[in-house]
Design a protein around this ligand. Sequence first.
Ligand SMILES: *Cc1c(COP(=O)(O)O)cnc(C)c1O
Ligand SMILES: [Zn+2]
Length: 414
Amino acid sequence: MSHVKGLRCRECGNEYPVEPIYVCDFCFGPLEVDYDYDSIARVISRDRIAKGPMTMWRYHDLLPVDAGMALEMGTGFTPLIHAKNLGGKLGLNKLYIKNDSVNPTFSFKDRVVSVASAKALEFEFDTLACASTGNLAGSVSAHGAKAGMKTVVFFPSDLEKGKILGAGIYGATLVAVKGNYDQVNRLCSELADNHRWAFVNINLRPFYSEGSKTLAYEVAEQLGWRAPDVCVVPGASGSLFTKIWKGFKELTDLGLIDKAKTRMHMTQPEGCSPIARAFEDGTPHVRPVTPDTIAKSLAIGNPADGFYSIKTMEDTAGSAVIAPEDEIVEGIQLLAETEGIFTETAGGVVISGLRKLVRSGAIKPDDVTVAYITGNGLKTQEAVEGLINPVYTSPDYADFTKSMKAWENGNKHG
Ligand SMILES: *Cc1c(COP(=O)(O)O)cnc(C)c1O
Ligand SMILES: [Zn+2]
């Protein structure tokens, strides 16, 4: 049994039943899940959570799904690594990497799709769908396969090969749209009005977005039941960013941790940073942009949760930083060479933003800092191909020695 009372408009507070709906009829505000926190407080405890499965479902009391409906994919409870090498380089003693690139489809999107797909089954949809910047397509396709549902995923046609392949392999219908994500999303919103399809991030968005809260719960538990001082989070729609903060607040309100005082920092790539630019301009009203960035998973020009992201920064004394396009690959390389973690372009944006925040003094050496690494580098190989330079040799000892010397000289001089 879940502890959900219904849905509620985030703007006017109007209440709705639990249905696949996402916009308020009165004010067009976004709908959010409304929980019965008193009933959650009566059952939840650190001990009960610790006895749960080693997946995100150990927090099912705080998710809008009957636990029995969830597909068992093994999502969540990903490693929180004390990044001593990278921390040493940046001057941070307590830097942690939340490595969410090791989920079943290699991104944090498995968390949101786990919740949304369970909800789609509960609502008896037979088709699972999404508008994707890349990773969502893979996750929806995998969950659709596991659930035995028809699956249709929409994405901009200029997507990386690894992401198209990483969705198609599960047997989904792939729709490559000649346009950017915001255009894909508009098409899908029209489709959601006219087809009985479960678009995980459109008509199931109130449920879907709750899955991201588990990235706060896990970090708090892994730090020994406390919230970090600082979080650095990549931003596209801004949903992940706002929900991580919501997760820490819920743990505080339920008495599972001391009051969270986390400063929430968002990073966006220079070529698509509408939320960061609004923050810099001192306004919560985000002006849409046309994305042009190598961090395609973050290429949302008209972010649905932009306004609430800025509110979160204001509430937490956080900020937003912009990662220059030419530092994204550097960030990927720095994380790989210091911590042995290969992240995608969104992770490069996080590491570049993290470095900027340290340099500006926004993060202090002893702050417990968590950098969220949300996707896997094997899906965005195009971005780093140029860095790779093997020694080519025959399997002959003398030939190897010669080739190695030539390679070393080549590296020295050029
Ligand atoms: C989707 C995505 C994000 C950001 O998600 P939002 O909730 O839309 O801000 C971050 N990182 C990766 C790798 C993603 O795929
Ligand atoms: Zn409303």
